[in-house]
Design a protein around this ligand. Structure first.
Ligand code: ADP
Ligand code: MG
Length: 621
């Protein structure tokens, strides 16, 4: 029952159909009915498991696409009924549907996570005009509007609290599960959920520029570009089914004509041939290998969203890494403050106040560097410029804190720093104040991870970063990555990744999720490092590493490659064996029961082989 509660309604219905049909099947087997009743006693459970398969097969024929595995299942099982081999007819359909159920459970997870993501959008907002409440669409909110957010509602727009206090669930936006208390003067982000009191907000952005709208747009657009992955068996059936059907037709027509033998004899052989052709071993063992592979991965803290993601990772030949927080710890320490005219303490103080609401790794370190508790009541509005830095009002003055691109944006006359570290520049309006020198640490498993990936025949490894060139250069040399691109905006990262994919490479992108959800969705395989990343990144990714251990990447490669090689072994083994049985069947050398027996034998061997997917030994310490 606990198993049933994790399924969606379609999967539940199919499970229940399979269980009831199986019970009816065993009753039919154990009772000795006479002919017509015997037929019905198998035909009813058969219809119960297979009516939709029959229906779709029929529908596909009408649409001219009749050569798929549903067609094969239908014709093989109907053929078995014609030969009065009722149990076999039922088994064919039952095993096929069981395989479908396995697959759908494995694949369903990825679909569900995208749907959940799209439900983050608030549908309405309540605006206060001259003391009267008005329900509007979030799209109709203007900057400066007063918006009421009641308990249980989703915050429709980014804004500042002007009245009331409450606690918010921001986990959909930040990944932080602890509720966040807000009061007058605090900033709230659209997409968070109001947990307790009513608050009044002053809108700080139009809806299309709000946090939630940006996130949704990026993910929706990039997700739409991803080609739909085809199911493995469907692809296989594209070649197998036409081959089997054409052979069966030839078998029932050519020999009677050429050898001048009875048509019925060869027609019966053709049906045995069709029944024997049912690739039961594949139908069971392929989904099982995938489920086993996915299970092994998750046991090691590697969450893959489905079978097609697993298959894609096994084919990857290029890895693209984000730098900050992915290859480096993302915990910077302030090593120096350079300024000509402002004292160091007030630079650190203002940056700590300005960064108090940001989730960027740099923000965390700036808060840390200021030894006292920053007085956030001095903070007015803030705006983050992704890949550049932050803009914040402190004591009614506008400050800009970030990289040189941000300084150029506001025309501040900044000074370059000769230190090979990350530099956080700061200006008041366009008045340059100085910069903070911070340095990050490379994760100690980074270079061994890169070595392992190279050993595993990954032909290209690339690092992308929004950081300055000297830092990125030094990091890449220390880790052993030969190719890097620096000073990038999040959109540049998407562009470079797309270009590399267009060159025919199969690309995995690994990121911590801060600013890189769009690339995660765009890459062939997006891999998010769990603990630092936001929920959004985890939703956007195909594969999530639950902790920061980079060595899980080569391990994930091993698991997916082993799974795929077992899938291929099983396919080859079953096909060779099938070919043998089919050949003998065609010449009348195989009775129906032998064909079934052989099928079960191959299936058991293939399933045992699938179970080997779990035996993987790779050190990840
Ligand atoms: P990466 O690509 O290395 O992960 P990001 O794209 O997150 O880096 O950021 C790129 C650069 O933008 C950072 O190196 C930093 O200079 C600047 N930046 C981004 N966010 C902030 C912030 N909150 N405060 C200061 N600087 C920031
Ligand atoms: Mg980053």
């Amino acid at each position: 029952m606990r198993y049933l509660s994790t399924l969606d309604s379609e999967q539940k219905t199919l499970s229940i159909r399979l269980i009831i049909a199986l019970i009816m099947f065993f009753i039919a087997l154990s009772l000795n009915f006479n002919d017509a009743v015997l037929f019905l006693s198998f035909f009813i459970p058969y219809l119960l498991v297979g009516y939709d398969v029959l229906f779709y097969a029929f529908q596909n024929i009408l649409h001219g696409q009749w050569l798929d595995e549903r067609f094969l299942m239908s014709i093989a099982s109907i053929g078995a009924f014609a030969l009065k081999d009722y149990a076999e007819a039922f088994a064919v359909m039952f095993f096929y549907q069981l395989g479908e159920l396995f697959q759908s459970i494995a694949i369903g997870k990825s679909r569900k996570s995208i749907e959940e993501l799209l439900s983050l959008a608030p549908e309405t907002a309540t605006r206060l005009i001259n003391g009267a409440e008005e329900i509007i669409k979030p799209e109709d909110i203007h900057v400066g509007d007063t918006i009421i957010v009641k308990p249980g509602e989703r915050v429709p727009i980014d804004g500042i609290v002007i009245k009331g206090s409450t606690s918010l669930n921001t986990s959909d936006i930040t990944g932080e599960s602890a509720p966040k208390d807000v009061a007058k003067g605090d900033i709230v982000y659209s997409g968070s959920i109001n947990l307790s009191g009513s608050i009044l907000l002053k809108a700080q952005s139009e809806y299309e520029n709000s946090t939630i709208a940006k996130i949704m747009n990026l993910i929706e657009n990039s997700a739409g570009k991803k080609s739909k992955s085809e199911k493995y068996i469907t692809r296989f059936a594209r070649y197998y089914t036409p081959f089997v059907v054409v052979s069966a037709i030839l078998l029932s027509t050519i020999p009677p004509l050429v050898l001048n033998e009875a048509f019925l004899k060869w027609f019966e052989r053709a049906l045995v041939f069709l029944v024997a052709s049912c690739p039961c071993a594949l139908l069971i063992s392929i989904p099982l290998s995938f489920v086993k592979g996915l299970g092994t991965a998750s046991k090691h803290g590697i969450l893959m969203k489905g079978a097609s993601e697993l298959e894609k990772l096994s084919e990857i030949d290029t890895f693209i890494f984000d730098k900050t927080g992915t290859l480096t710890e993302g915990s910077f320490t302030v090593s120096d403050v350079h300024s000509d005219n402002v004292d160091k303490d007030s630079i650190l103080e203002i940056s700590a106040i300005a960064e108090s609401q940001s989730t960027h790794p740099i923000a965390a370190s700036l808060k840390e560097a200021y030894s006292k508790e920053p007085d956030i009541s001095r903070l007015g509005g803030i705006a983050e410029h992704a890949g550049k830095g932050i803009q914040a009002t402190v004591d009614n003055n506008e400050y800009f804190i970030g990289n040189t691109a941000l300084m150029e944006l506001v025309n501040a006359d900044y000074k370059e720093c000769s230190f090979p570290d990350t530099i956080v520049h700061m200006s008041k309006g366009n008045d340059y104040m100085g910069h903070i020198v911070i340095s990050d640490r490379i994760k100690y498993k980074a270079s061994s991870t890169i070595n392992k990936l190279k050993e595993k025949k990954i032909k290209r490894i690339i690092m992308l970063s929004g950081d300055r060139k000297p830092v990125v250069d030094a990091t890449s040399k220390a880790i052993g990555i030969d190719e890097y691109y620096a000073e990038l905006l999040p959109t540049d990262k998407v562009e470079i990744t797309e270009r590399i994919m267009q060159d025919g490479n199969k690309v995995a992108f690994v990121g911590d999720g801060i600013n890189d959800a769009p690339v995660l969705t765009r890459a062939d395989v997006g891999i998010a490092m769990g603990t630092l990343g936001s929920d959004i990144a985890i939703e956007a990714a195909d594969i999530v590493l639950m902790d920061d251990n980079l060595l899980k990447l080569p391990l994930a490669l091993d698991i997916t490659r082993k799974t795929m090689s077992i899938v291929k072994q099983n396919t080859a083994f079953s096909l060779v064996f099938k070919a043998l049985v089919l050949l003998l069947g065609a010449f009348g050398q195989v009775e129906m029961w032998l064909a079934v027996f052989a099928d079960v034998g191959v299936m058991i061997l293939a399933v045992l082989n699938s179970l080997r997917t779990g035996n993987i030994k790779t050190p990840i310490q």
